[in-house]
Structures are given as structure tokens and as C-alpha cells.
Design a protein around this ligand. Structure first.
Ligand SMILES: *Cc1c(COP(=O)(O)O)cnc(C)c1O
Length: 379
């Protein structure tokens, strides 16, 4: 077993404390040790209100929530699903789970999220050929919302459902509205490295009560309300444990503090690495406030003193974890041959990006260490 290394500075470790411990023990003592219970109900209500939605269904991962979202908007075998190439593999996997095909679209260089212009041209071309996709799945990357209003308008024009992968953006805003408030459905993740965590968990949010209750039913093996467990359709075992929901409710109470910490970490990196030649930060879109789940820098090969990989290895040698940006999915062997519209922007970001330690529990000393090490090789 690998123990967590207390000296290591991790990219985005869980941030839990005594209040989380009390909540977990209280839930255990209540004997609601099952994938249902009062903490699950409470966490669903809390998450619905925090994302500006009417309803929410708790799941045992963000991936499960996304899978349910695509299924509920009607994606099935033979469908195409448009999504950005620059994202975590889970975004595309859920389409494949349903027998659908991911169709990748490049990101906008000013937001690093799916490019609305390219979505428009892709949908126009497909409408002309009568092969519209089953859904558009937008991703809020590294804590920055996709362009919700433009994507909503484009999808409405072609009558294609929009789903938001908000796994990385809890706590961010888009034109003053919360992350996850757009699309027919949106999905959050509470994996151990996300802005708040239940160790593993997720949440599907939306405004249609029937859709969300159907999500809960599908997540419970699609059991029909009969004593003998009647089954009409295929379901999954996707519900969240009541113990973990108790953790989630406590974590959600301190979400504002967690977001404030990630934002100040981002601001400090910006202030103290501002003069580094060839270094720039992930752009901030004018339409909202990112949660800065991860702070991501880019090194321009023509001006920077080293490559992102050199910097990563230098940090690693000092027991500091940094990570390359997401490898574009159209370059992954798993999706070899998948269609891609554009792609050069995602590729360039992958070549230049490095994610720096961004955990909300980082101390000033740890910040100093990371910044000093980075300046050593970059200035
Ligand atoms: C973390 C993540 C997911 C998956 O969430 P899990 O809870 O780990 O299943 C999906 N999409 C993106 C963009 C993510 O970062």
C-alpha cells in the first residue's frame, strides 16, 4: 500500500478536517449505511440549490452522472455526440458506454472550452445532411465554464440537447449564474482531486423532476416499484452511499472558502510568475469567474527557458506534483480514427501546458517552495 506522503506537495489533494470526521461518524452511528438515506436526500437538495437547479440525483461518480445524463437526453446506439477534444477521458467514455460515437471539436483559444463557432459549423453541416448528433456535451475546463449562452442558443436552433460536464467547475460562475446551471442536464464530480470531495461521488442536476427521478431509478438497477423487483429496462448500480453524502454536505458548506483559496492561489501564481519569459496562464473568459480548480500555465517554446516537461521533472525531483494538460482525446489511441473538427488549438495547449499544485489546503510555505523551484528553472 502506498501511504500518502506528508512531505509531498500534491496537485490537488483532498481537503478534509474535523467537521468532516464528525459528520461521517454521525452518519455511521445513525445506521443509514446504504446507498440511500437522509444525507443523500439532503445532499441532493443542497446541490440543486447550489447549482441553480430544481432537482438533483446523487451518484457514486461524476462519470455515472454523465452516463445517466446522456442516456436521459436520448443518446443511444449509433448516435454521434459532439464534445471538446481537450478534456478528461470520462467525457467521451460515457458516449461509448451507450454505443454512441464521440465526435471531437476543438476548443476556443480564449476559453479552452468547446468552440461555439466550430459547433455551429459542425451542426450546420450535419443538419444539411440530416445527421444531427444525439447531444452536444460541453466541458467546463479546469474550473472555467463553457460559453453556456451561445451553446444553448446554437443547440436550441438545431433542437439538439445540450449537456454540461461540470465535473471541474463547482463554484465557478457564468454571467453571475452558477456552474452547472445550463444545459438540459449537468454533471458534477466529487472525486478525491476535485474542489470538494466525497472520496468518490457525483451529482446529476436538472430542472425536470421526472427526468431526475428516472435518473435515480436507473441508478438503482432500474428497479420498478414492486416487492419482487420488477425490471423492464437496463439499469446501473450508480447511487451514492449515505455515508459519503454526509461528507459531501459538510464539504459543500465550506465550498465558498475552498473556491476563495483556489482563486487566491491562482492570483499568487499570476503575481509571482508574471515576469517569467514565455510563461502565460490559461486565459480567463470575460463572461464569468472560474473556480480555478487547477492553475494551468503555458510555456511558449520560442521564449521560455525550458519545456513544460523540464519544469515538471524539476518539480518532481523536489517531491512536488505537477501534471501536463489533458492530452486531447483525438490523439488518444482509444479514440484513434474518431472524427475531429479543427484540433490544432487543443494540440498546442497540450504541448505547452502544465498544471501546478492548486490544492485549497496549500500553505504559504508550500506556495513559496513551488514558486521558487519554478523561478529557478524559468528565470
Ligand atoms: C473528474 C472528471 C470527470 C469524472 O468524474 P469522476 O467522479 O472521477 O467519475 C468527468 N469529466 C471531467 C472533465 C473530469 O475532470
Amino acid at each position: 500500500m502506498n501511504e500518502p506522503d506528508t512531505a509531498r506537495i500534491y496537485l490537488s489533494p483532498p481537503h478534509v478536517g474535523p467537521a468532516d470526521r464528525r459528520r461521517l461518524i454521525a452518519a455511521l452511528d445513525s445506521n443509514w449505511v446504504a446507498p440511500l438515506g437522509p444525507e443523500v436526500d439532503g445532499f441532493e437538495q443542497d446541490m440543486a440549490s447550489c447549482s441553480g437547479r430544481q432537482h438533483a440525483a446523487a451518484t457514486n461518480s461524476g462519470t455515472a452522472a454523465l452516463h445517466l445524463a446522456l442516456r436521459l437526453v436520448g443518446v443511444g446506439a449509433g448516435d454521434d455526440v459532439l464534445m471538446p477534444s481537450l478534456t478528461f477521458v470520462a467525457t467521451a467514455n460515457v458516449a461509448v458506454y451507450l454505443g454512441a460515437r464521440p465526435v471531437f471539436v476543438d476548443v476556443d483559444p480564449s476559453t479552452w472550452t468547446i468552440d461555439p463557432e466550430l459547433v455551429t459549423s459542425e451542426l450546420a453541416a450535419r443538419a444539411a445532411e440530416g445527421r444531427l448528433p444525439g447531444a452536444v456535451l460541453a466541458v467546463d475546463l479546469y474550473g472555467q465554464c463553457a460559453d453556456y449562452d451561445r451553446l444553448t442558443a446554437i443547440c436550441a436552433e438545431y433542437d439538439v440537447p445540450l449537456v454540461i460536464d461540470a465535473a471541474e467547475s463547482l463554484g465557478a460562475t457564468y454571467r453571475g449564474r452558477p456552474a452547472g446551471s445550463a444545459g438540459v442536464l449537468a454533471a458534477f464530480s466529487f472525486n478525491g482531486n476535485k474542489i470538494i470531495t466525497t472520496s468518490g461521488g457525483g451529482m446529476l442536476v436538472g430542472d425536470d423532476e421526472n427526468q431526475i427521478s428516472r435518473a435515480r431509478q436507473l441508478a438503482a438497477q432500474a428497479r420498478m416499484p414492486a416487492a419482487h423487483y420488477e425490471h423492464v429496462e437496463l439499469g446501473y448500480n450508480y447511487r451514492l452511499s449515505n455515508l459519503l453524502a454526509a461528507l459531501g454536505r459538510g464539504q459543500l458548506e465550506v465550498l465558498a472558502d475552498r473556491v476563495a483559496s483556489r482563486r487566491s492561489i491562482n492570483a499568487e501564481y499570476r503575481a509571482r510568475l508574471d515576469d517569467v519569459p514565455g510563461l502565460s496562464f490559461m486565459p480567463i473568459a470575460g463572461y464569468g469567474e472560474p473556480s480555478h480548480w487547477l492553475t494551468v500555465v503555458q510555456l511558449d517554446p520560442n521564449h521560455a527557458r525550458c519545456t513544460p516537461e523540464d519544469l515538471r521533472l524539476r518539480l518532481e525531483a523536489a517531491n512536488v506534483e505537477a501534471r501536463p494538460g489533458w492530452k486531447p482525446l483525438h490523439l488518444q489511441p482509444l479514440f484513434a480514427g474518431a472524427p475531429i473538427r479543427g484540433g490544432a488549438i487543443s494540440e498546442q495547449i497540450f504541448d505547452r501546458a502544465l498544471c501546478l499544485p492548486s490544492g485549497s489546503a496549500m500553505t504559504p510555505e508550500q506556495m513559496d517552495k513551488v514558486i521558487t523551484l519554478a523561478r529557478d528553472v524559468l528565470v
